[in-house]
Design a protein around this ligand. Structure first.
Ligand code: PLP
Length: 282
């Protein structure tokens, strides 16, 4: 992995924006994003979309932030602080997705500012993180703006109707997501239980690039998807190409999964704290 440049004291580091939900348990959502941003050495700005009530066992509810307040947060930070890349996570409703897509268009996000769309639909326990009308809005409004869309296999099924079971169907899914308007589609194979590896497939309408790591057996992988996308935007903000940013993010999240820790009675989070024990350039 090509490491990201370390920030210099007194000088503003690269800035990124996450448009995502809060996880009260601190494992996923904006909490995971900010942990990765900090440990990757980028300054994280936040547009909060929803406040979830959750712990290691599951999500028992969420409260949406008004759509115009989500867009206002985006305008406020991009207009003043400026960001080199942005990502979306939990967006909760069609109204918020529409408002986020409009703000992205107004601010050049998805155009001169790379946008990673992580199409979060449900928690790993199956608890919904989105209202039912939101999938269409995601398909029609946000995916066409995406520099990269990063669905897991459950999200692929919801977005495209394709059940990924092997390499051929993973390619079909990547093509379908590219045809929806994303410049790059990363179909994550972490949930492909038939494979001993975790094969992710990146596609830009022409080439297919594979990123493979050995599957790490763990019961604690809460926040893995958010962490992958957060690492990706950190690299994009430093001017990495999409294939380079995916390679950086895949390596980053693999290390986070290897360092995951138990928490509460359920699933613990992946841990970006591995970076603290191996940092040599601080
Ligand atoms: N809660 C929030 C706020 C999230 O953004 C996400 C994922 O993006 C989750 C929960 C779900 O994380 P996981 O799939 O690891 O349970």
């Amino acid at each position: 992995m090509r490491p990201l440049p370390a920030p210099a004291p007194g000088i503003a580091p690269a800035r990124v924006l996450t448009i995502a939900g809060s996880d009260s348990g601190g494992g996923a959502g904006i909490q995971a994003d900010l942990r990765t941003f900090a440990l990757a050495g980028v300054h994280g700005c936040v547009a909060v979309t929803a406040v979830t009530v959750q712990n290691s066992v599951g999500v028992s509810g969420f409260h949406e932030v008004p759509a115009e307040t989500v867009a206002a947060q985006m305008h406020s930070v991009v207009g003043d602080i400026g960001v080199g890349a942005a990502k979306t996570g939990m967006l909760a409703s069609a109204a918020i997705i529409t408002s986020v897509a409009d703000a992205c268009t107004e601010l050049g996000i998805g155009d001169r500012i790379p946008l990673v769309v992580d199409p979060v639909a449900a928690s790993m326990h199956g608890d919904p993180l989105m209202t039912e009308d939101a999938m269409d809005a995601l398909r029609q409004r946000l995916i066409p703006l995406a520099t990269v869309v990063t669905p897991n296999l459950d999200e692929v099924r919801l977005l495209t109707g394709i059940d990924v079971v092997d390499e051929a169907t993973q390619r079909d899914a990547a093509k379908a997501l590219h045809a929806m308007g994303a410049r790059w589609a990363l179909v994550k194979g972490g949930h492909l239980r038939s494979s001993a590896q975790s094969p992710d497939l990146l596609h830009d309408g022409t080439d297919f690039l594979e990123y493979r790591t050995e599957r790490i057996p763990t019961g604690h992988d809460h926040g893995a998807g958010d962490t992958l996308a957060a690492a990706m935007v950190s690299a994009l903000a430093h001017g990495y190409s999409v294939p380079e940013a995916v390679a950086f993010a895949k390596d980053w999240v693999t290390r986070c999964v290897a360092a995951a820790y138990p928490l509460g009675a359920g699933h613990g989070p992946v841990s970006a704290f591995w970076r603290l024990s191996t940092a040599t350039d601080s």
